[in-house]
Write a protein that binds this ligand. Structure first.
Ligand SMILES: *[C@@H]1O[C@H](CO)[C@@H](O)[C@H](O)[C@H]1NC(C)=O
Ligand SMILES: *[C@@H]1O[C@H](CO)[C@@H](O)[C@H](O)[C@H]1NC(C)=O
Ligand SMILES: *[C@@H]1O[C@H](CO)[C@@H](O)[C@H](O)[C@H]1NC(C)=O
Ligand SMILES: *[C@@H]1O[C@H](CO)[C@@H](O)[C@H](O)[C@H]1NC(C)=O
Ligand SMILES: *[C@@H]1O[C@H](CO)[C@@H](O)[C@H](O)[C@H]1NC(C)=O
Ligand SMILES: *[C@@H]1O[C@H](CO)[C@@H](O)[C@H](O)[C@H]1NC(C)=O
Ligand SMILES: *[C@@H]1O[C@H](CO)[C@@H](O)[C@H](O)[C@H]1NC(C)=O
Ligand SMILES: *[C@@H]1O[C@H](CO)[C@@H](O)[C@H](O)[C@H]1NC(C)=O
Ligand SMILES: *[C@@H]1O[C@H](CO)[C@@H](O)[C@H](O)[C@H]1NC(C)=O
Ligand SMILES: *[C@@H]1O[C@H](CO)[C@@H](O)[C@H](O)[C@H]1NC(C)=O
Length: 649
């Protein structure tokens, strides 16, 4: 029955009113929630109206626009609608989008020759372009597998992009010239080629697409709503079921796959990680010897340690495994040494070579690569031969260039870039020996000290061969240790303190390839070999002793008539004697005498006083040449010195 009302007189004749009740009872038509949760009910007193939320439709909002599933099971899919009105100044395009794709077209309004409006995904964000100029990019990504309402509003010469109610951006734009007969393409174009250039066909769902008030329906509802007519529907399925991303079990290493809409997650077993459980956490499996530190590196692991080099130890040598693809544009290591000149690393191939050495306590890299005729030399600014650890890295300033300056970073201090530019170290990828610790057998200049694991282009030159590990390295790119000898793992200096070089009970301090003696009192010098009281033992026999600094040597000042370091030798008075031929010189203190040959007739001269010697008698005795005793002694004294000789001159 049609409910209505008319104004009637307050009393009417009997029987003239049938099924009419007195009064005016109002009932809230929205009381029963006829629009359910899908729309807003408007009470019209005798009726109601549902203002349906998108994507619902119908009198009671009981219908829902049917999603179009694009790219199901990786099919190329698209839909084409025919535009039936003029769109110029103000209009709006909107749709629900559900996807996990990062790229691909959503909607394109175009005629046969040009594109009016394009809406597509880039990096998971919506981009929109009107004509060929004005472009807008959303701030938020939508590629999260849930529905997002995307709308573009063109109004009064400005274009704005919205996601739900949040404005993503706005830009000025000129009027569009969409005419009846133009097309709206959804999910891609008929031409595969053109679609690929837009990022490939869309994969996901589109629902409730509208251009102004017009619907673009893939599977039309029974309600009659103003729509553009569908021209082509290619591989667009009804609904929005996800692909079974677990079908070809994408989880590796025993991971368990959990499907999600158009996606999957892997529950990874212990020691594996990554989206596909593809990364094994090798180090948790302890593949390295206990002396090494395991470190994960891309697609594998390696064992890092320091090694000690001494003059006698063999030089290590390495080769690329032939599978290195990255550019080799750096060398890094840490070093500890006291050598002022030494080899560290060397490799050569034909004319090309790289050498890292210590020269005059400074690190030096020399490099000549295939592209260049000039050798690059790069010097660390600071000396390093102090027995402390120093970290060093030589690297190309612009590693992706064919040729570039190089720079050295020593203990985090950057040197100025080299003035010469040169290529990278890619010749080391080939069949080239890389020597560590020396330039070659019998060349000399070997390293004495410690070296960390060297890295070339980030790839380690491990001190362990694969037979020393309990698991194989899985990374493609490797430098392999070719020298058969085991490295001296760890860092130890030569045993400078045993046996102790310090004398007289000095204590030896090991300062890494250098010792320091702390000496007991009275002793000094590098080995405590110097007595600070060198006169204590009375070394000067006939002289005075004094100490000479800084070496704590002593000096003897001899008494008259003595000579020698310790004044031990009487002066040889006969050295300049004037005895006649055949005579024998007899030494005396400060004097000499001549012993003439038998029967020679030298004139007796005064021994007591001549130009060669003067004889002094002790204790006041008078010297007398005539006296047989030479001395005429004072009373109480006796004695003589030249008893048995007749003195001649
Ligand atoms: C009055 O209403 C009743 C119930 O709705 C119906 O059966 C009857 O036919 C109506 N009378 C007339 C005259 O329309
Ligand atoms: C579109 O615009 C043209 C020219 O302005 C007019 O002739 C035509 O009738 C319009 N078409 C519709 C469907 O509005
Ligand atoms: C297509 O649109 C452009 C501008 O929007 C217009 O200049 C051109 O004439 C149109 N081409 C056809 C074939 O309708
Ligand atoms: C090498 O020695 C340095 C200094 O003692 C130390 O910090 C570092 O951990 C060592 N490296 C390895 C891999 O043992
Ligand atoms: C490697 O070096 C070449 C030039 O030698 C360069 O063209 C290329 O971009 C570099 N690759 C990388 C990843 O840097
Ligand atoms: C060596 O020892 C001396 C004194 O015993 C001390 O003055 C000096 O500083 C020490 N040198 C070092 C490097 O420790
Ligand atoms: C030795 O020392 C004493 C006392 O100081 C001094 O009289 C004497 O002249 C010195 N002798 C010499 C050879 O210097
Ligand atoms: C020394 O003189 C004596 C006596 O005049 C004589 O007998 C003796 O042979 C002489 N001796 C020599 C070596 O001339
Ligand atoms: C010994 O004394 C005399 C006189 O006093 C003097 O002429 C002479 O030169 C002295 N001889 C020596 C060797 O000193
Ligand atoms: C030594 O000579 C002096 C003077 O010539 C004399 O007076 C003195 O008595 C002499 N002494 C002796 C012990 O002959």
């Amino acid at each position: 029955p049609i409910e209505s009302w008319v104004a009637v007189p307050s009393s009417w004749p009997e029987g003239s009113a049938v099924n009419v009740t007195l009064g005016c009872i109002e009932r809230d038509r929205c009381q029963d929630s006829p629009c359910r949760e899908r729309g807003k009910c408007v009470n019209l007193w005798l009726d109601y109206q549902c203002e349906c939320q998108r994507p619902f439709e119908g009198l009671d909002c009981s219908e829902e626009y049917v999603s179009g599933r694009f790219g199901h099971t990786e099919l190329d899919s698209y839909a084409v609608f025919m535009v039936s009105d003029n769109l110029t100044e103000d209009f709006e395009v909107s749709m629900f989008v559900r996807t996990r794709q990062q790229r691909g077209p959503l909607l394109i309004l175009a005629n046969r020759t040009s594109q009016h409006l394009g809406l597509w995904l880039e990096d998971g964000k919506v981009k929109v372009q009107a004509g060929h100029l004005e472009k807008l990019t959303a701030q938020l990504t939508i590629s999260d597998g849930t529905f997002h309402l995307v709308s573009v509003r063109i109004k009064q010469g400005r274009m704005a992009l919205f996601q739900s109610t949040r404005k993503q951006g706005e830009v000025a734009c000129g009027p569009l010239q969409v005419q009846p007969g133009d097309r709206a393409y959804l999910g891609g174009l008929a031409e595969r080629h053109a679609t690929v250039s837009l990022g490939g066909y869309f994969k996901g769902c589109l629902q409730d697409v509208r251009v102004n008030g017009r619907r673009l329906q893939f599977y039309p509802l029974s309600s009659t709503v103003s729509s553009y007519s569908l021209e082509h529907l290619v591989n667009v399925a009804r609904g929005c079921t996800g692909d079974n991303a677990c079908r070809n079990n994408p989880c590796q290493n025993g991971g368990v796959c959990h499907p999600m809409w158009d996606d999957f997650t892997c529950s990874c077993p212990p020691s594996t990680t990554g989206r596909h459980c593809e990364e094994v956490r090798w180090c948790e499996l302890s593949p390295c010897p206990s002396s090494a530190t395991c470190q994960p590196i891309a697609h594998g692991f390696d064992c890092f340690s320091n090694a000690t080099f001494d003059d006698d130890s063999n030089i290590m040598f390495y080769k690329s495994n032939g599978k290195i693809t990255r550019n080799l544009s750096s060398i890094s290591f840490s070093i500890r040494t006291r050598k002022r000149d030494s080899a560290i690393l060397h490799a050569e191939k034909g004319q090309q070579f790289v050498t890292i050495s210590i020269q005059d306590s400074h690190l030096l890299m020399e490099l000549l690569t295939g592209h260049d005729s000039t050798k690059l030399s790069l010097n660390s600014q600071v000396p390093i031969s102090d027995g402390k650890w120093h970290s060093a890295e030589f690297s190309m300033v612009s590693p992706s260039s064919l040729s570039s300056a190089w720079v050295a970073v020593l203990d985090d201090v950057r040197s100025p870039s080299s003035s010469i530019t040169t290529g990278n170290l890619d010749f080391l990828k080939e069949n080239v020996d890389i020597l560590l610790g020396g330039f070659g057998p019998d060349v000399g200049g070997n390293l004495v000290g410690c070296l960390s694991t060297v890295k070339i282009g980030g790839i380690p030159l491990s001190y362990y061969s694969s037979s020393e590990l309990s698991a194989s390295r899985t990374q493609e790119e490797q430098f392999i240790k070719m020298s058969p000898d085991e490295a001296l793992i760890g860092c130890s200096g030569t045993s400078v303190c045993s046996p102790s070089p310090c004398l007289y009970g000095g204590t030896c301090l090991d300062l890494f390839n250098l010792f320091n003696c702390s000496c007991p009192a009275g002793w000094t010098g590098p080995r405590c070999e110097l007595n600070t009281d060198t006169c204590a033992s009375g070394p000067c026999i006939h002289g005075n002793c004094s100490i000479l600094l800084p070496e704590y040597e002593y000096r003897c000042d001899c008494q008259a008539g003595y000579t020698g370091t310790n004044c031990e030798a009487p002066l040889d008075t006969c050295l300049t004697h004037q005895c006649g031929p055949g005579a024998t010189c007899l030494k005396g203190i400060n004097s000499y005498s001549c012993l003439c040959p038998e029967n020679s007739t030298g004139l007796p001269v005064s021994v007591c006083g001549n130009e060669l010697s003067n004889y002094t008698c002790f204790n006041g005795g008078n010297c007398s040449d005539s006296s047989t005793t030479m001395c005429e002694c004072q009373s109480g004294f006796t004695g003589h010195r030249w008893e048995s000789y007749i003195i001649y001159y």
